[in-house]
Design a protein around this ligand. Structure first.
Ligand code: KIV
Length: 257
């Protein structure tokens, strides 16, 4: 385990962990200073590529974006999502994770849980690969959005799933859209940090999709807080450009040769 990973684990019960997604160098260089972890999430399928889900994103696309993000990182831990279908068994998980790490120099990979793949995490950790788990609403495995952990049964299943992932050697775990009671229980029972998205203040850290919090994606469910409205700023600037082109105010002499 690297010092950077140990530093993340050591934040549990001391300070909240700040995580955001990034898909490019420019975006990363703006947010890196404020983050502990930057995730190249497969949410780029929806956010950048306009797909309905994350199922068709392949390893090559993740590698390209992760290389771009890596070139903008100075301090944050870089985690990259393994796309659906790239970790169906230990051998393919190892082969694909090693390729991802060697091409991008990321610090860790994230895999979504289907409650049957903790042995994959174990295999990856044994091969010295740092793994972040992901439970609750896991878009690679669930077709319909549903808040998780509402019933006692669902709560105890999620607690067991989280423990299995910890025992397999993951260094942290994303809790996506899990009720506050359940995420509080999971966070209490684990030694590794939990990173919440739509899963309450009781988690050890929080993650959001950067494009959502900036008001760029047009996707604003309850768990997203829009901290800025960049869309409005872009529209205003582009409209001004259009007007100046039409009225021949742009380019001015100083803008051409
Ligand atoms: O793909 C992603 O961006 C994610 C986060 C929302 C946790 O998995």
């Amino acid at each position: 385990m690297t010092e950077k990973i140990k530093n993340i684990i050591n934040k549990k019960n001391k300070t909240k962990i700040v995580c955001l997604t990034a898909y490019s160098k420019n975006q990363t260089s703006l947010i890196d200073k404020y983050c502990d972890i930057i995730l190249v999430g497969d949410s780029l399928a929806n956010v950048l590529y306009g797909m309905n889900n994350t199922h068709k994103i392949n390893l090559d696309i993740m590698i390209r974006h992760a290389i771009s993000v890596k070139s903008g990182i100075n301090r944050s831990l870089l985690v990259v999502d393994m796309p659906k279908g790239t970790y169906s068994n230990i051998a393919s998980a190892k082969k694909n994770a090693k390729l991802l790490i060697s091409k991008t120099k990321c610090d860790a990979i994230k895999i979504e849980s289907n409650n049957k793949n903790s042995h994959i995490i174990k295999g990856l950790v044994k091969a010295n690969i740092n793994v972040m788990g992901h439970i609750g609403y896991t878009p690679q495995y669930k077709s319909k959005f549903e808040v998780q952990g509402k019933s006692l049964k669902s709560q105890s299943n999620l607690i067991e799933e989280a423990k299995k992932i910890e025992q397999a050697g993951a260094f942290s775990i994303v809790l996506e859209c899990i009720t506050s009671n359940t995420s509080k229980e999971i966070t209490k029972k684990l030694k590794i940090p939990t990173i919440g998205i739509g899963s309450s203040v009781f988690c050890d850290g929080q993650i959001l999709v950067t494009d959502d919090l900036l008001g760029l994606s047009g996707f604003y469910p309850k768990f997203v807080k829009k901290y800025a409205n960049i869309s409005k700023i872009i529209k205003k600037a582009v409209n001004q450009f259009r007007k100046e082109v039409k009225t021949k105010k742009f380019p001015m002499k100083k803008n051409y040769y």
